[in-house]
Design a protein around this ligand. Sequence first.
Ligand code: FAD
Length: 451
Amino acid sequence: KKILIVGGVAGGATAAARLRRLSEEDQIILFERDEYISFANCGLPYYIGDVITDRQKLLVQTVGGMSKRFNLDIRNFSEVTVIDPDQKTVTVKNHQTGASYTESYDKLILSPGAKPIAPPIPGLAEAKNILTLRNIPDTDKIKAVVDSGQVSRAVVIGGGFIGVEMAENLQELGINVTLVEKMNQVLKPLDFEMAQLVHQEINANGVNLILEDGVDHFQNEGHEVVLESGQVLKADLVILAIGVVPENTLAKQANLKVGPRGHIVTTANYEVFIGENDAVNPDVFAIGDAVEVVDFVTKTPTAIPLAWPANRQGRLVADYINGKKIGNVGIQGTAVAKVFNQTIAATGNNAALLDLKKIPYQVVVAHRSNHAGYYPNATNIALKLLYDPQTLKILGAQAVGQEGTEKRIDVIATAMKLGATVLDLQDFELSYAPPFSSAKDPVNILGYIAE
Ligand code: FAD
């Protein structure tokens, strides 16, 4: 078979490696528009913050290294601009030579990702100091500005994961950071009262957190951010991190079915729908941030732009192409982030989301030590779990704390995937010694409280 892959980072690179493991014979060509493949997107804020100091370490695989290791034909600076599903060809533009050519396929996998939203805010186009963060070139740009020593004040717009991580990393560099968020809380996967703990942490670490206010316009070439409230923030650097939208130019060109927010719609086997009749195309697949997924809890369509789904789908699509049966039960959206000294983790739906969907739920909340209180440096973990009052199945959980916080959410996420009820948590035999937990782990406690 001849298999083409569009996009050479999380989903695309994973699919390529798995395809090769499953078949020595297939011809596999990976197209990446930019210079770098398989880089560590998730590490970028920490490189800007000098936590990761070696730029090389961000490049998980290089074109040369990965081509050789997996016997792949990797073409960087190569953008796929057209898909012709009838002829089963793509058009590729080589950005180094400017030349375009066509390449035929038996199977085509799209993993083009998502890009930062940059709405036409007045003053944005004229500003050179307003930057977004997605890839290595973006990182180099931000790092160069930060390292120039010219940045004493930065404004981060958007309190999602990337915004919060950037605010922390810039603040830790000694820059005065203001974080602006339009909603009344940061980190949407958390319910409001859980997010309040994060707000405290952000404020305690010197970031000026402004909630319920958005950007009205930029002035003075981006050196002043004017908020809807009228407040003016001076900024040497502005990071725009208000969310991402799927990269769907190619999908739209090829008349692929997309969802309400532009995500590529697929079957459970990641096949796309093409044309007026939305017919399933058995030779074109889409994965990663660009696709719509099924919410594991509510079984409704959603989008979860995270690395785990992209990697998992990359593997599954390769399995499917090689004739394996695959299971696709939906995505929970399990996520974790560091906010200064706190760890924030969540899985499944929160109360805000369940309210929106009018799904009934019961709540259990526990505030427990992460390990035995008599062992030094115990810290508190706030845990909130939601479950179905009828079936008692777990619908979601959130935690804010320090050491061991994400471990509890990972246990609950696993339980959810296996269909556990809240009472099953009582019987989980979890590892215990005083430096790590208590004989009754906080996860067990949630089960006891629910009884
Ligand atoms: P990507 O990894 O974005 O890869 C898509 C690639 O396709 C891009 O390189 C793009 O240039 C290329 N491409 C697009 N169109 C074309 C075309 N027409 N032709 C050729 N190439 C094309 N997730 C987590 O779970 N945890 C984290 O801590 C985390 N931190 C993050 C921090 C940052 C700063 C960013 C930006 C993302 C972070 N993510 C994190 C999200 C995670 O990186 C993405 O979910 C994941 O990379 C998605 O994989 P993907 O293959 O769909 O897209």
